[in-house]
Design a protein around this ligand. Sequence first.
Ligand code: FMN
Length: 195
Amino acid sequence: MRPVVIGISGASGSLLAKETVDELLRREVPTALVCSNDARLVWQEEMDSPFSETLAQWREHPHLVHYSIGDMKAPIASGTYPTRGMVVVPCSMGSIAAIAHGLSSNLLLRAADVCLKERRRLVVVPRETPLHQVHLENMLTLARMGAVVLPPEPAFYLKPDSVHDMVRFVVGRILVALGIDETLDEKYQYQGPGE
Ligand SMILES: Cc1cc2nc3c(=O)[nH]c(=O)nc-3n(C[C@H](O)[C@H](O)[C@H](O)COP(=O)(O)O)c2cc1C
């Protein structure tokens, strides 16, 4: 099975990245991981255990391959290497800007560029608020190129009762956008007004 590429950039939301990778591995989906240097800094602020510890655990999984951010010789840097597409979660405004403008100065950006040029699925999970004109224009550029722009917004109508619930909802949306799931878990589907 072709791998899904997951890029973790330095926006807030390390938990979204962790839960996405964990879910892919739980389903035994081959996963190619690349993480920016600033993503590690944000992780340090937001998570209870260091990134290196989580990465060491992930690397023990037979379905995960990790590539360094500077490794431009990694297979995911080439369009000839078949993948199922890529998600960048969370996606910083810096990475959004670079991807929207075809700048590929690190492996995460290059892998996203490859998805666009090969017309593969690219899902970006932007995190910033508020958004200025350039942020919005860059996201529009990506949407026009066929990328799915999937902000990690909670579905308040589903009455989430924890951060975990909100994160699980977003991870479900990511899996659907990547074509790994056809529909969301029933728990995260709107069932219409209750009695
Ligand atoms: C704690 C912390 C939180 C951050 N949150 C965001 C964010 O939510 N969105 C964003 O675009 N940048 C955020 N940044 C800034 C990015 O990390 C910075 O612009 C970085 O250069 C992005 O590079 P990268 O996309 O290569 O990871 C944050 C930085 C830190 C240290």
